[in-house]
Write a protein that binds this ligand. Structure first.
Ligand code: BGC
Length: 369
């Protein structure tokens, strides 16, 4: 029908129609998989809930402050909550329910346990709120509208590649001996980071160029419950005792984030072993210092300021009744549906590019001088 119409109108009219058609198809793309979100809009000054997990890394601490200020500056009322350190799941469930009861129009959730929020997000949807999964996906529920995060699979790939590069720089010829660590099993990201890293590492492991000293290659064996430093340190202690006695050395450790990287390095130091190449993530202050001192090898820059700003933009679109922009409609199947996602690019940081990577970060730039 569109063709017949175009034939019968002038060139100017055709151009206008084309613009309209493009706008419509863009809108369709933006809305795919999220029929329930957007559309009606809501009044400015509405309440927005932000439920964050426990403060297991600096990025979460920063996110809370940025949401409080960013939402206020955008004219919303903000209710920003963290799950407590021990009763994380129950805390977060109660916080989300309370946000729904208070009439929040959008609820942004950094899940403490991906699979334990189905009841609360259903409650949110039933009351007409839009649910945005922030940084961590919420699984096994149709009631999550959008996902916003840095590209987690890419994070893993960058970590795997950094591990290889770092080991090659120290010892040009393999085989290299490594250990693998992954994050908390209740965080959907842990699996994605690990899979990204293994995509890069597995071919070398299969060839025998990389050897996992302990033989522990399964994600279950490598997990770090609660993303807790003490759990990573304990596991590293016991790996060193069981698989690295005498002069046996360790060339590298895949660590999924900075908190765990520092715990692993503490353990290796305590055992009197040479410092291996250790990866990380989050650009935490102590890790950036360690990288500049030549101890930790790498981290990942996921600028929390950008992630929060983009989330606030999503909320502004929803307020106006527009569909928020997404750029990935295939990667994040949560077990129930593919959640439309807006993904930002992560950046690998080593001593070499730290000054450049943090040039616009007033907190980190001075550390690289
Ligand atoms: C985040 C990481 C963080 C980890 C522990 C993950 O979900 O993506 O940046 O290091 O949680 O807090």
């Amino acid at each position: 029908m569109r063709r017949t119409l175009i034939k019968s109108i002038t060139a100017v009219g055709a151009a206008a129609l084309l613009t309209l058609a493009t706008a419509c198809s863009n809108e369709r793309e933006g809305s795919s998989g999220s029929d329930s979100a957007g559309g009606k809009g809501f009044s400015k000054g509405s309440l927005i809930g932000v439920a964050l997990p426990a403060k297991t890394s600096e990025n979460w601490v920063l996110a809370g402050d940025l949401f409080t200020n960013g939402l206020k500056d955008a004219g919303f009322k903000a209710d920003v909550q963290y799950a407590g350190a021990s009763t994380t799941v129950a805390d977060q469930q109660a916080q989300i329910s309370s946000m729904v009861t208070k009439g929040a129009k959008v609820i942004v959730i950094g899940a403490t346990d991906a699979s334990q929020l189905a009841t609360q997000v259903k409650q949110a949807k039933d009351e007409g709120a839009t649910v945005i999964a922030y940084d961590r996906l919420i699984t096994n529920t149709p009631d999550v509208d959008y996902y916003i995060a840095f590209d987690n699979f890419k994070v893993g790939e960058l970590q795997g590649q950094a591990l290889i590069d770092g080991m090659k720089a120290k010892k040009p010829k393999g085989p290299w001996t490594i250990e693998l660590f992954s994050g908390s099993p209740d965080d959907n990201n842990s699996k994605v980071f690990f899979e990204g890293a293994m995509k890069v590492l597995k071919p070398l492991i299969d060839k025998g160029d990389i050897v996992v000293g302990s033989g522990q290659k399964d994600i279950k064996q490598t997990a770090t419950q609660g993303w807790k430093a003490e759990n990573a340190q304990q596991r590293m202690d016991s790996l060193l005792t069981s698989a690295y006695s005498g002069k046996k050395t360790l060339d590298g450790v895949l660590s999924p984030n900075d908190t765990l990287a520092r715990a692993i390095l503490t353990s290796v130091k305590g055992a009197g072993k040479p410092v291996p190449v250790v990866t990380g993530q989050d650009s935490e202050v102590e890790s950036v210092k360690s990288i500049m001192a030549g101890v930790q090898y790498s981290t990942i820059n996921k600028d929390t300021r950008k992630l929060v700003a983009e989330t606030v933009n999503m909320i502004k679109s929803l307020q106006k009744g527009d569909k928020p922009t997404v750029n990935d409609t295939k990667s994040y199947n949560n077990g129930d549906k593919v959640v439309p996602a807006y993904l930002l690019p992560p950046v690998i940081v080593t001593k070499k590019n730290a000054a450049e990577a943090y040039a616009n970060d007033p907190k980190l730039a001075p550390l690289t001088k």
